[in-house]
Design a protein around this ligand. Structure first.
Ligand code: RB5
Length: 147
């Protein structure tokens, strides 16, 4: 799977660990985040990563900042993006199954490496469910289209 990854200065080490983990699983990782601990602005990275998804250059995205909140808020401003902050695996699995989340975010100041990999496993091994879940996601899209 093609996975775009981005981070800000709060998540340089975790981003590196996550890239290595996903590459080890055989995924095609596109790292567009910052690799130095130099202050930067997470919305810029969130928007760029979202563009990889909406243009089809990546299948899914993983965005990491201090809490995951800023990245999710920013990414969700891009049409077609459904980004969910995850601090544990149940939310990650259900975000994919029920909400068709095409981006997950988490916080390097909130969770550690073990939890991050558990979240990634839950998210990547899940599948988008149809039926009522798809209908609800379509309702979300309609809200987006109404502005
Ligand atoms: C950066 O200090 C911090 O605000 C950012 O990483 C993130 O947590 C925002 O949501």
């Amino acid at each position: 799977m093609k996975i775009v990854i981005a981070n800000d200065h709060a998540a340089v080490t975790m981003k590196k660990e996550v890239c290595e983990y996903l590459t080890g699983l055989g995924h095609d990782v596109i790292n567009i985040g910052i690799d130095r601990e130099e202050r930067c602005n997470y919305p810029d990275y969130a928007e760029e990563a979202a563009g990889y998804i909406t243009s089809g250059k990546a299948d899914l995205g993983v965005l990491i900042c201090g809490t995951g909140a800023g990245m999710a808020i920013a990414a969700n401003k891009v049409k077609g993006i459904r980004a969910v902050v995850c601090s544990e695996p149940v939310t990650a699995r259900l975000a994919r199954e029920h909400n068709h989340a095409n981006i997950i975010t988490f916080g390097a100041r909130v969770i550690g490496y073990e939890m991050a990999t558990a979240i990634l496993d839950a998210y990547l091994n899940a599948e988008e469910l149809g039926g009522r879940h798809e209908e609800r996601v379509n309702l979300i899209t309609q809200i987006e289209e109404r502005g």
